[in-house]
Design a binder for this molecule. Structure first.
Ligand code: CP3
Length: 347
């Protein structure tokens, strides 16, 4: 691997322009993704090492971003546990056998079954020789993955998750423990296959009160970060609601924290000093705006984070599936050609 702005920024030692990559960059907004997806189901794509490699490369080819994210899904762990996962058009994930009690948890296979996810490691090995930028592996945070396993799919109010959390916190922790031990082994497998960094997605942390985040999410995030630090793999924590939980996440000492768009990152930097890197945090809806507005918002954020050696440009959440590729290209190119920020006529 040549010199990498992304790895330099993760180490808080980047003295050039900020690196840029985008969550969900390998997704449905890309025509090249939709063309492959016409021929294969989503899970088939996730299970096939050649397709993992091919789809991981698509956004690198389309935009020249500074890091690749592995093409996979946070629900592959529950799928490997045998809960019966399928993806339905316009609905999203559907889980046939949701987990709703301690007895259900005890029926889930132990961590020695992680080898059934080895197709992901095969995909990593296939893509690495074709990449000139670092590869980010990932998994879901135990709380977020648990919420899908309990609800049986996506949820607006997390009602069943919370019912269980209040009724039987000890049983709920057993589920979190099990997901966490699978996640640690799965991430070690990804690290051994060669990923350069790991991102943990706690997409639904914002559904928790502060003290609940401390009890039901943070200890498991800490376990994951510590286990990967022992393997010398940097970890990025993405928690929806990170600006509320920032002080607590800081104590876990990940390599970087990824913020959603509510936070003013330059103010966050006062609370989270180097050597923790900051990632984010443009509102993904900017990609529905016209090019000048996209450039203006990108420059506003770049100006705020100017000269920060530990800053990684990203959105505050994933790229929506229905935005034009041209808008993503404008965004990436604006970061890469920083001088366009100095052109007064844009504003
Ligand atoms: O480009 C990338 O970011 C890499 C691949 C990636 C996917 N999912 C591919 C995907 C990553 C990092 C994820 C993470 C993921 N998966 C999260 C956490 C991030 C977030 O968005 O909050 C979550 C919650 C999931 C679970 C999941 N996967 C849902 C709820 C859905 C359905 C909703 C949707 O967008 O369709 C998925 C499907 C999914 N995962 C797609 C992709 C490209 C679309 C599948 C399709 O082609 O139909």
């Amino acid at each position: 691997m040549q010199k990498s702005l992304f790895l330099d920024a993760l180490n808080c030692k980047n003295f050039s322009r900020p690196p840029v990559w985008l969550m969900r960059q390998a997704g449905r907004h890309l025509a090249s993704y939709r063309a492959i997806r016409q021929k294969h189901s989503f899970l088939e794509m996730c299970h096939t090492p050649d397709l993992i490699a091919e789809v991981t490369l698509l956004p690198i080819e389309a935009y020249g971003v500074d890091a690749a994210i592995l093409f996979a899904d946070i629900l592959l762990i529950p799928e490997a546990m045998g809960i019966g996962l399928r993806f339905e058009e316009k609905i999203g994930p559907v889980i046939e056998k949701p987990v709703r009690s301690l007895a259900d948890v005890q029926k889930l296979p132990g961590v020695e079954e992680v080898h059934s996810l080895s197709y992901v490691a095969e995909g990593i090995k296939k893509v690495l020789p074709r990449l000139e930028v670092p590869l980010v592996g990932f998994c879901g945070a135990p709380f977020t993955v648990a919420s899908y396993m309990i609800e049986g799919g996506s949820s607006r109010d997390f009602r069943k998750t919370k019912e269980w959390m209040y009724r039987d916190p000890a049983g709920f922790h057993c589920l979190l423990e099990k997901i966490c031990s699978w996640s640690v082994e799965y991430l070690k497998m990804q690290a051994k296959a060669g990923v350069h960094a790991i991102q943990v997605f706690d997409s639904w942390a914002n559904s928790l009160a502060f003290h609940q985040f401390l009890e039901f999410s943070l200890p498991y995030l800490r376990k994951i970060v510590d286990s990967l630090a022992a393997e010398n793999v940097p970890t990025i924590l993405f928690c929806k609601g990170a600006s509320v939980f920032a002080s607590a996440i800081k104590d876990v000492a990940p390599s970087a924290i990824s913020f959603d768009w509510n936070a003013d990152l330059s103010m966050v930097r006062k609370e989270i000093p180097l050597p923790i890197a900051l990632q984010g945090n443009l509102d993904p809806a900017i990609l529905y705006a016209d090019p000048k507005t996209i450039q203006r918002e990108v420059c506003y954020l770049l100006d705020k984070m100017e000269d920060d050696p530990g800053y990684i440009f990203n959105l505050g959440h994933g790229i929506p599936p229905d935005v034009p590729e041209e808008s993503v290209r404008v965004l990436v190119n604006t970061v890469k050609n920083r001088k366009s920020c100095l052109v007064g006529s844009l504003f």
